[in-house]
Design a protein around this ligand. Structure first.
Ligand SMILES: CC(=O)SCCNC(=O)CCNC(=O)[C@H](O)C(C)(C)COP(=O)(O)OP(=O)(O)OC[C@H]1O[C@@H](n2cnc3c(N)ncnc32)[C@H](O)[C@@H]1OP(=O)(O)O
Ligand SMILES: N[C@@H](CCO)C(=O)O
Length: 336
């Protein structure tokens, strides 16, 4: 069961709007030591939850990975997500009505600010390792810029300093699919379900690549319909719509689009130069959603940083799947 932190004051957002109060669902593994020096904070990607032991299980490994007998691990479900934090499905505390599409838009900076709020509430003033992939990497990077002295070591996987036009176009295409489902605009529990399925199918193509489909979804010769790739796309859409809310997805994709560490900070290079953490940037060679040139840019502009490119066929989702390779580069650069 996730723990719940409720901030019973208005939470001011970057766009000038506010949430009257904010609940954050989070999960911890291991024990915080007496001087608070053993914290590993993991930021999750778009549709995951506060349980990295479920979606990144191989990373917890006493011998080569994160040992929860040594470290205190924390992961927080992001604002807007479907797994317990304040989201479009929450009740507005003043009206008692579901927010729905009245939920305010929020940015990656707002998510990072909320993580800092929770860390201070828990008395955590120093983070030994902050890790995040994809949208989780955006949050981690932002936080390391907002609180450079607090983050000692930073691991950024398959992510960028500013969400690309390509990424925004893909997200907009997914939102168009969601909005084409007229039920999305209502507040029924399953609102936007079919649209979300189409959106996930679009997204999946960007998380994988030509080779991954060639490897796992080839049909027998002479097939003319009901192709494996077709049922795979449908299955993956249904798998997501069975566990995630279309409005949460819509808002989170908007937050992702907002990611630009350089906004009002004199550009990305300047913002990244303020990171004090020893940083490891990890890219996946076959990732065409966050291509390796984006990680090269990060490594070039974060002062104390190293770059590792993992040779994988899995594309963007390689940051979730290639756990052994990730552990090996973590071991190379850090004494985890
Ligand atoms: C509460 C929660 O569930 S939260 C956490 C879950 N998800 C997350 O955290 C998000 C991050 N994780 C992910 O995005 C993914 O799980 C990944 C990237 C790590 C792995 O992706 P997967 O979908 O598991 O792997 P893959 O692409 O190989 O697909 C396998 C699934 O497709 C099914 N499948 C494969 N080919 C086909 C096909 N031709 N037709 C229909 N189904 C197919 C498999 O049976 C399997 O189904 P299952 O997931 O029910 O076991
Ligand atoms: N597959 C990931 C998104 C890719 O960053 C998720 O569903 O969270």
């Amino acid at each position: 069961m996730p723990k719940l932190f409720t901030y019973r004051q208005p939470f001011e957002l970057e766009n000038g709007q506010s949430l009257p109060e904010l609940a954050l669902a989070y999960n911890t593994l291991g024990q915080l030591n007496a001087d608070g020096s053993n914290v590993i904070w993991i930021c999750h990607a778009l549709t995951a939850n506060a349980h990295p032991e479920e979606w990144w299980p191989g990373i917890f490994d006493k011998k080569n990975g994160i040992d929860i007998d040594t470290y205190f691990v924390i992961c927080v479900n992001t604002i807007g997500s479907s797994y317990g934090s304040t989201s479009p499905q929450s009740l507005h505390p003043e009206t008692g009505e579901v927010y729905g599409l009245d939920f305010p838009k929020f940015s990656i900076r707002d998510i990072s600010k909320s993580l800092d709020l929770l860390s201070e509430h828990l008395g955590i003033h120093e983070i030994q390792y902050l890790l995040g992939g994809s949208m989780g990497g955006m949050q981690a990077m932002e936080w390391a810029i907002q609180k450079p002295e607090k983050i000692k070591n930073l691991v950024l996987l398959a992510t960028s300093a500013r969400h690309s036009s390509w990424g925004i176009a893909l997200n907009e295409t997914q939102r168009m699919a969601i909005e084409a489902d007229a039920t999305f605009f209502g507040n029924k529990k399953e609102a936007g379900k079919k649209g979300l399925e189409a959106a996930r199918a679009v997204a999946l193509v960007s998380y994988r690549n030509y080779r991954t489909y060639q490897m796992s979804q080839i049909d027998q010769d002479n097939t003319t319909d009901h192709f494996r790739a077709s049922s795979y796309q449908k299955y993956q859409g249904e798998k997501l719509s069975g566990r995630f809310d279309a409005k949460a997805y819509w808002y989170l994709s908007k937050a992702m689009d907002s990611h630009d560490v350089g906004r009002k900070r004199g550009g990305c290079e300047k913002a990244l130069s303020g990171i004090q953490a020893k940083t490891l940037v990890i890219g996946i060679q076959s990732d065409f959603l966050f291509p390796v040139e984006e990680q090269e840019f990060l490594a070039r502009h974060i002062p104390d940083s190293a770059l590792e490119i993992i040779d994988s066929t899995y594309g963007h989702d390689g940051f979730l799947i290639e756990v052994d390779r990730i552990k090996s580069v973590l071991q190379k650069h850090f004494k985890l």
